[in-house]
Design a protein around this ligand. Structure first.
Ligand code: PLP
Length: 376
């Protein structure tokens, strides 16, 4: 839906900050000699994806088939669907491949490989597969040394599918305490991927793709020899979790939620605003970091952050704003009707609550509406 003017709460995008973030990652990866396959689940918008992929022939990464469809409709064909494939989605994958989408899927279980082999026969589709490898015990993937790696590749090859390589995502980088441990995590992510790809090649598979990456590991990696692509995503907007990790600065964060003061809580010196968890998300990703940002850090209308003023609570459409230490705010500084901006803990989660972005320039003025694709 086209929007004519912003109504709070709404998502603002500072394109100057975004462009700086994109360029910074591009320069880093160029220096490391590895291609970017940006994860576009963060932006879910074609204009931003085009800016992310400019100069990178390596295609995109998505987290839903709805994203794959949306970006394909806008001319992007080389797409990695980077969530372990559910066998129930294989007919949909086959259909998209038949329509010209160069769609790759990931899996890490022999049972899934058997389901893919069966679907390959049923639909006459030569599925393209990356086998997911685990670097940190955080989520999915086989250990690089697991015997199932070769078993899965053999099942796929017998069914005429392409064993295109391996994918590793070191989500454990989000729990690192310092830049040294993020550097080590980046090494581990690369080593696991390279080891697994080497084993596939020794077993006779081509495995041309060695796909690694998260924003923290991409930011701190020093040597990505053997990796063929990096899948960073959240770097496009950055967020408070990344700032807490030392990946970016608060001033790099490119999205914020515009909200308006709707009331005062005189008893505890807090503000009520019209952005609750529907607009901010319930993400509490900074809760276990050195600085807990509550449900988001509060800025004035121009995007200038206040010292230690955060969203302390959320209901569906109400946000409660107060001092981080619980001391009362001077409510006279925030009359009803004041516009504020909230920086997100997790950019992907907050953006996912919104249908699109209002592009803002500095000084603050909402200029243009950019829609986001949604759903699964
Ligand atoms: C498989 C995969 N690759 C890449 C990424 C991008 O990582 P980040 O959000 O840290 O940029 C994600 C994020 O969740 C992911 O799940």
């Amino acid at each position: 839906m086209t929007k004519t003017h912003p109504i709070t709460p709404c998502l603002l995008l500072d394109t100057a900050r975004m462009t700086t973030n994109i360029e910074r990652m591009r320069t880093r990866l160029q220096a490391l000699g590895v291609a970017l396959r940006p994860h576009v689940k963060t932006c879910k918008n074609i204009d931003i994806a085009r800016q992310l992929t400019a100069g990178h022939p390596g295609g995109i990464t998505v987290s839903t088939l709805a994203e794959a469809d949306y970006f394909f409709e806008h001319g992007m064909t080389d797409i990695l669907y980077a969530v372990g494939i559910a066998p129930g989605k294989l007919p949909a994958v086959a259909d998209r491949m038949a329509r010209g989408m160069a769609l790759r899927i990931v899996l890490d279980h022999p049972q899934t490989a058997v389901a893919v082999a069966k679907a390959a026969k049923t639909f006459g589709t030569r599925f393209r597969v990356l086998i997911e490898i685990d670097a940190d015990g955080e989520r999915a993937g086989l250990r690089a040394e697991a015997s199932e790696l070769i078993e899965i590749a053999a099942i796929l090859e017998r069914a005429g599918c392409h064993v295109d390589g391996v994918m590793v995502h070191a989500g454990g980088s989000y729990h690192c305490d310092d830049t040294d441990s993020m550097r080590r995590m980046a090494e581990r992510e690369r080593d696991c991927a390279v080891t697994a790809a080497g084993r596939l090649r020794e077993a006779g598979h081509e495995a041309p793709i060695v796909s690694v990456g998260s924003t923290p590991t991409a930011t701190f990696a020093e040597d990505l020899t053997g990796a063929t692509e990096v899948r960073a995503g959240v770097h496009v907007f950055q967020d408070l979790v990344q700032a807490g990790l030392g990946v970016c600065k608060i001033d790099d964060i490119a999205i914020s939620v515009l909200t308006e003061v709707i009331g005062h809580r005189q008893e505890d010196g807090k503000l009520l605003v019209d952005a609750g968890w529907m607009a901010l998300s319930r993400d509490r990703g900074t809760a276990d970091q050195a600085v807990d940002q509550g449900y988001g850090l509060v800025c004035d209308e121009t995007g200038q952050a206040f010292d230690d003023v955060i969203v302390t609570g959320t209901n569906q459409e109400h946000g409660i704003i107060g001092h981080r230490d619980g001391s009362p705010l001077n409510l006279d500084e925030f009359p009803v009707g004041t516009h504020l901006r909230i920086l997100p803990n997790h950019a992907c989660a907050t953006a996912a609550q919104h249908e699109g972005y209002w592009i803002v320039d500095s000084p603050y003025q909402a200029r243009r509406w950019l829609s986001r694709c949604r759903g699964w």
